[in-house]
Ligand binder design. Structure first.
Ligand code: C2E
Ligand code: MG
Ligand code: MG
Length: 576
């Protein structure tokens, strides 16, 4: 064991040397210096196992001594030496990371040696803990904390040296598949293999870290420009795309990379990381297995998203949302067959905001859950108001988004609202989209059955635009297919759309489902639908979505014997 003694009092130094000699402590090599300056020099030249440090030296005293030593060397344990009168002070040095203190030469050699050995031990476990705090135990590469640390340093260096830093944010594209199909053990193996491949594709000084899950980050320093970062990103895509052998099976995995450059994107370390993350999402959206540089536009989009999200949150609290109702007309009886509730939002500054703009943001942010609950409750209140004035009512459909449907207790929430408002469940139809059912067909099937058991009707909105597996469709307890308006719009152009509509109608017939055509705007579209046997339609031809007061005359019509959809209120429609 190599021991560095920093002590200007020669008597004290001799005392220690003599007692070590006397007790034949042979595995200790003692180096003695008398000033901080010499200590620093010695530490720069050689590695020691322990430093014994006096706190009164010719070129520094107290805390200064400890700081000077740590500025040169942090990995070596330090034991400070104190006189009897400043023991409290020495004790306070323990808070500075010093391993131990010895009151000058109070104990015998054994006590001194024990203190030294303990100090070395403690330092070892401290280093180990430090390592664990900075390294990812699974992949044995640095973790997020270490990476953040390095990022702060790297940006400071880049500023000084006028060079560039690139931050690459990686997210594996198919990790979930491996994890779900082969289990966590295989997933871990993939991550380890991934880390070692990434390490090999980087240069010596580059920092690779695992940020968590299947996210990795790379820090590249001393770059001339984005081209250098691009080359490395390409290299990474390459090494990742070679097949992986896991559990005797071959897997192809790709990764999406977001890149941000400093100082081009002049932000602090956390923002850089966030920006690279934003760019990574862009890469995912571009079809995965590619890289994207962060741009200010992404930043603006995100800002826009957050502002909108915030306004939606406020709008829910302030009850700025309203509902309008669009008629669904039975083409044979020419009576109102049903209504679809549609959200409307008038914002003080934004003006009218289209559902096409705010629904996706409400979905992504989760606001759709309380908002959707409000819609259902409001529809129930409206039905009750109509019924209270003696009006006949028709079923009202409510759009349900993925986030709502995915709530484990969604069916119960629906049942609760209906019961609470004393609404006949047959008056409520829930519109779901295909994608929602196809994602996880088994649990969707269960969720649908529970919903169906509450007594509501279920329809598939925008049918034909998703990738329906018709086999599954058979197993879902569905009542209605709504033919997407894009097909209806195109029907006159004589393309595929008319064939698709025919197919949907005949499929519905074979499954005993009703069909409703959406977005009917012209007489020709209407006639086409009637010819093919689609008997219910919705669209501007019959009416724009209306307020609940505007709906009243149409409900009154239901009580008359005459075919209801009187042409005075709606554009004349020739129905056979
Ligand atoms: P959707 O459920 O497919 O609703 C039909 C949309 O088509 C409505 O747009 C309606 O105004 C529009 N439309 C009706 N007839 C015609 C027509 O003849 N021609 C054309 N070009 N369009 C027609 P809106 O109200 O802008 O809603 C858009 C989408 O926003 C809805 O599509 C629905 O997916 C979503 N949405 C609206 N309200 C809600 C809601 O309360 N909850 C949820 N989750 N989504 C909603
Ligand atoms: Mg709908
Ligand atoms: Mg639709």
């Amino acid at each position: 064991m190599k021991l560095l003694l920093v002590e200007d009092n020669l008597d004290d130094a001799d005392f220690l040397a003599a007692s070590l000699r006397r007790h034949k402590v042979e595995d200790v090599e003692l180096f003695h210096v008398t000033s901080l300056k010499d200590a620093v020099q010695a530490l720069e030249k050689e590695r020691f196992d322990v430093i014994l440090l006096d706190l009164h030296l010719p070129d520094g005293s107290g805390v200064e001594c400890v700081d000077t030593i740590y500025a040169t060397e942090q990995a070596t344990p330090v034991v400070v030496l104190s006189g009897q009168d400043d023991e409290d002070f020495a004790l306070s040095m323990l808070n500075k990371g010093v391993q131990d203190y010895l009151v000058k030469w109070e104990g015998n050699t054994q006590t001194i040696m024990r203190a030294i050995r303990y100090a070395v031990e403690r330092k070892r476990s401290e280093i180990r803990l430090n390592y664990m705090a900075q390294y990812d135990t699974l992949t044995e590469i640095p973790n997020r904390e270490y990476f953040n640390d390095q990022l702060v340093r790297a940006t400071a260096r880049a500023r000084r040296e006028g060079r560039k830093v690139a931050l690459l944010f990686l997210d594996l594209d198919q990790f979930k598949v491996v994890n779900d199909t082969l289990g966590h053990f295989a997933g871990d193996k993939l991550l380890r293999e991934m880390a070692s491949r990434l390490k090999q594709s980087l240069r010596g000084g580059d920092v690779l870290a695992r940020l968590g899950g299947d996210e990795f980050a790379v820090l590249l320093e001393g770059l001339d420009g984005p081209l250098d970062a691009e080359t490395i990103a390409r290299g990474i895509l390459d090494v990742v795309s070679a097949p992986f052998q896991i559990e005797g099976r071959e897997f192809n995995v790709t990764t999406s990379i977001g890149i941000t450059m400093y100082p081009n994107d002049n932000s602090d370390a956390p923002t850089l990381l966030k920006n690279a993350d934003i760019a990574m999402y862009q890469a995912k959206e571009q079809g995965r297995n590619n890289y994207q540089f962060f741009t200010q536009k992404m930043h603006r989009d995100l800002l826009h998203y957050h502002q909108l999200e915030n306004d939606i949150r406020e709008a829910i609290a302030d009850e700025q949302f309203t509902l309008v109702y669009q008629p669904k007309v039975n083409l044979v009886s020419r009576k109102l067959e049903g209504l679809e509730a549609l959200l409307r939002w008038h914002h003080d500054e934004r003006g009218k905001v289209s559902p096409a703009d705010f629904i996706p943001v409400a979905e992504q942010s989760g606001h759709i859950v309380p908002l959707g609950a409000w819609v259902l409750a409001e529809v129930c209140r409206t039905i009750n108001r109509w019924q209270a004035t003696g009006l006949p009512v028709v079923p009202v459909s409510v759009n349900v988004s993925a986030r709502q449907f995915q709530q484990a207790d969604f069916h119960r929430r629906v049942a609760d609202v209906l019961r609470h408002q004393a609404i006949d469940p047959a008056l409520i139809e829930l519109e779901l989209t295909e994608g929602l059912l196809m994602e996880d067909t088994e649990s969707a099937q269960e969720a649908l059955s529970s919903l169906k058991a509450t007594g509501v009707r279920i329809s598939i909105d925008d049918f034909g635009t998703g990738h329906s597996c018709l086999n599954y469709l058979r197993r879902f307890p569905i009542d209605v297919l709504k033919i997407d308006k894009s097909f209806v719009t195109d029907v006159e152009s004589g393309g595929d759309s008319s064939v698709i509509i025919e197919a949907i109608i005949s499929l519905a017939r074979s499954l005993n489902l009703k069909t409703v055509a959406e977005g009917v705007e012209t007489r020709d579209q209407l006639n086409f639908l009637l010819d093919r046997g689609c008997l219910v339609a919705q669209g501007f031809l019959f009416g724009q979505p209306m307020t609940r007061q505007e709906v009243v005359p149409f409900l009154q019509d239901l009580m008359e014997d005459e075919p209801g959809f009187r042409t005075s209120r709606l554009p004349a429609v020739d129905v056979a």
